[in-house]
Design a protein around this ligand. Structure first.
Ligand code: 5GP
Length: 314
């Protein structure tokens, strides 16, 4: 029997193997840095689901494709509570109903559990289902600061067969902006006239400041010639186009992640806290509108996103 006085006080001989089996100091530091980075990535993915930048199904797909990834390492409990409208009580009922243990990680779900979870998600949070038959009238919208203007400009330059509609606006030109090319710069009286004469397909006051509208004439001529027309407009405008032309194709431009959108929105942090909160709240509401659209395109790279939007029009 071991001597109780010596059992917990190993001598020099027994201390050696113990030290050898432990990772050296540098490895442990690196491992802990990796753990912190993985936690941060999981937190970021959860925010993406909460803010509707990605669907729960998309996160699950990434987890199943790479069980070792941050998505794969996410606990089912964290995953479910990141979904808007699921609190802890509901989460536990869902887990019981699906027969999934709360300690499971997404990457470690069994085949039957995966199917049950996928079916459950598809019933509650239907993903965008592109409508059959594409229209040549395409609307590009999305949250503020997602980069719609840059993507539209890229399409204009690289896909000359697509007509980028030129809007009318009551705001003043910025340096470098040309009347008739970037916008038709008009005053309030002229904007009122355009509305009264039915010359605008849609119009809206954007950011509570200036009015913007899509002239109907050039679009109708281009469509009549068989050309594709792209409108880069705000959400209110997109909804009006849908109502006026139900067959129009609506494309929602998404940021690569919520964190990236926050960065683009409040980047330099020169605004006050109130303005910052207002912008983030607006972005959250805007992202929640994406289910009204036919397609979602991620603006992870301007050229790639522009090509994807252009491919939806052909
Ligand atoms: P900016 O003044 O920065 O050029 O544009 C501000 C916002 O107005 C952008 O979100 C842009 O999508 C939106 N916008 C530009 N033209 C139109 C338009 O014709 N109709 C609507 N509804 N929004 C527009």
């Amino acid at each position: 029997m071991a001597d109780p006085r010596t059992a917990h006080t190993p001598g020099p001989a027994s201390r050696e193997p113990d030290r050898a089996s432990r990772p050296p100091e540098v490895d442990r530091a690196a491992a802990s840095r990796r753990a912190v980075a993985a936690r941060r990535e999981r937190a970021s993915l959860k925010r993406d689901v909460t803010m509707r930048v990605i669907t729960p199904q998309e996160l699950l797909r990434r987890a199943l494709a790479e069980p070792e990834s941050p998505a794969g390492a996410m606990r089912i409990t964290e995953f479910l509570t990141s979904i808007p409208a699921i609190g802890e009580g509901k989460r536990d009922r869902i887990l019981a109903q699906l027969g999934i243990s709360p300690v499971k990680r997404l990457g470690g779900l069994g085949a039957r559990q995966r199917v049950a979870l996928e079916r459950f998600l598809d019933q509650r949070w239907p993903e965008l289902k592109p409508r059959r038959g594409r229209s040549r009238l395409v609307v590009l919208a999305g949250p503020t600061a997602v980069g719609k203007g840059t993507v539209a400009a890229h399409i204009k330059e690289h896909h000359p067969e697509i007509l980028l509609s030129v809007s009318a606006t009551t705001r003043a030109p910025r340096p470098g902006e040309v009347d008739g090319e970037h916008y038709f710069f008009v005053d309030d009286a002229e904007f009122d006239r355009l509305i009264a004469d039915g010359e605008l397909l849609e119009h809206a006051t954007v950011h509570n400041r200036f009015r913007y509208g899509t002239p109907r004439g050039p679009i109708e001529s281009a469509l009549a010639e068989g050309r594709t027309v792209l409108l880069e407009i705000d959400l209110q405008g997109a909804r009006q186009v849908r109502a006026a032309e139900p067959s129009a194709t609506l494309v929602f431009l998404l940021p690569p992640s919520w964190d990236e959108l926050v960065h683009r929105l409040v980047g330099r942090g020169t605004e006050g806290e109130e303005e910052r909160d207002r912008r983030l709240k607006t972005a959250k509401v805007e992202l929640a509108a994406q289910h009204e659209f036919d397609f979602a395109v991620v603006n992870d790279d301007v050229a790639r996103a522009a090509d994807e939007v252009a491919s939806l029009t052909s």
